[in-house]
Design a protein around this ligand. Structure first.
Ligand SMILES: [Fe+2]
Length: 227
């Protein structure tokens, strides 16, 4: 028998046309999804050691803190995306930060693969329309990632079908901005410093050229496009 939460999650995923159903699924307590590949799959852009720490310590800690914060509160009955929206509206900063980071990292691990990928036509067309091509789009993502001061994320998003690149501080999340995330580059130092030290730019370029699963990004865009 399907429970209410699973039913809502499934309906939400279907409505959003998402490729990866568990991105939107939640449970009380909220549970960290499994890593979708081996810890060494993203090397050298992200080493096995960094993946192990980032997934096993940092990402896990956001779930642990979120579950402690929401225990016994209405947030515990919501989907994770709804927690993000409601916590922002409520100005519940610790809940927003930990729910946002839990979701952001769920997304982060889903968007990579163990080798280079060719951007699909739907993404090439949109990138050409909005940025002049895939390479200028990548350059914009690198520029925005460079421009995030301190901790945060560079996000490629769809807003009514149009591509945008946003730099958001700390646990910033496009869902809270009413936009659809397509790709999220974590530029907290825990994401790259063991491997690349201060060379954030080189790390981001390596991800974009060698480890982003552009088919995932294209599927997200196709699901987000109006009409
Ligand atoms: Fe992170």
């Amino acid at each position: 028998m399907i429970d209410r939460r699973t039913l809502l999650a499934t309906a939400g995923v279907a409505a959003a046309g998402l490729a990866a159903p568990h991105l939107a699924r939640a449970a009380a307590p909220f549970r960290q999804p499994p890593l979708p590949y081996a810890e060494d799959a993203l090397a050298p852009a992200i080493s096995a050691r960094t993946v192990g720490l980032h997934y096993g310590k940092h990402h896990k800690a956001y779930f642990d803190k979120l579950n402690a914060l929401v225990a016994g509160k209405p947030y515990a009955e919501m989907e994770l995306e709804e927690v993000i929206r409601r916590a922002k509206a409520d100005n519940a900063v610790p809940v927003f930060n930990n729910a946002g980071q839990a979701w952001n990292h769920n997304f982060y691990w889903q968007q990579f693969k163990d080798g280079p990928a060719v951007p699909p036509a739907v993404l090439v067309e949109a990138a050409t329309r909005d940025f002049g091509g895939i390479d200028p789009l990548k350059a914009k993502i690198v520029e925005v990632a460079d421009g995030v001061f301190g901790t945060g994320w560079a996000w490629l998003v769809a807003d009514n079908g149009k591509l945008e690149v946003l730099g958001l501080q700390d646990a910033g999340n496009p869902i809270a901005e009413g936009k659809t995330p397509l790709l999220g580059i974590d530029v907290w130092e825990h994401a790259y410093y063991l491997d690349w030290e201060n060379r954030r730019t080189a790390h981001v370029k390596a991800l974009l050229d060698e480890r982003v699963n552009w088919a995932f990004v294209g599927d997200r865009l196709a699901g987000a496009s109006p009409g």
